[in-house]
Design a binder for this molecule. Structure first.
Ligand SMILES: [Zn+2]
Length: 135
């Protein structure tokens, strides 16, 4: 039996701004080809600020991610893990697998397995593992 390909592209990254930095161009091209675009970050990027609290930083970065997603008319999800402490575990595994099942992604873009940042490597592992659970 041939499985029908779902024209849904999921950008699955650790932090707000990762999708914009690494695959926004290809997401735009896919959008123009009729794909539904979904952007997910595992964290709200709360460790990415210098002179404000983690909570304030998370609010700003998540709002920026939502605005960036809106440019592509994409859905945006933040899975709520803690920036800087992204590890595989039961809660994030369930959330990632649930999201991938919900959006029925045909394509997933994520980090490289040998990325410099430990959160990126964890996101890659979680994304690929959850996708394999789904497909
Ligand atoms: Zn990042």
């Amino acid at each position: 039996m041939i499985k029908e390909f779902n024209k849904v592209a999921l950008s699955f990254h650790a932090h707000p701004d990762d999708a914009e930095a690494w695959n926004a161009g290809v997401l735009k091209l896919l959008k123009d080809k009729g794909y539904k675009i979904v952007i997910a970050t595992l964290t709200a990027g709360q460790m990415g600020g210098c002179d404000m609290s983690a909570e304030e930083t998370a609010l700003i970065r998540e709002a920026e991610a939502r605005k960036a997603a809106a440019v592509l008319d994409a859905e945006y999800y933040c899975l709520g893990a803690t920036d800087g402490y992204l590890f595989d575990g039961e809660e994030i595994r369930k959330k990632a697998t649930s999201l991938i099942r919900k959006v029925k992604a045909g394509i997933i873009f994520t980090h490289l397995a040998n990325d410099y940042h430990p959160d990126h490597r964890a996101a890659e592992h979680r994304g690929i593992s959850s996708y394999n659970c789904f497909s």
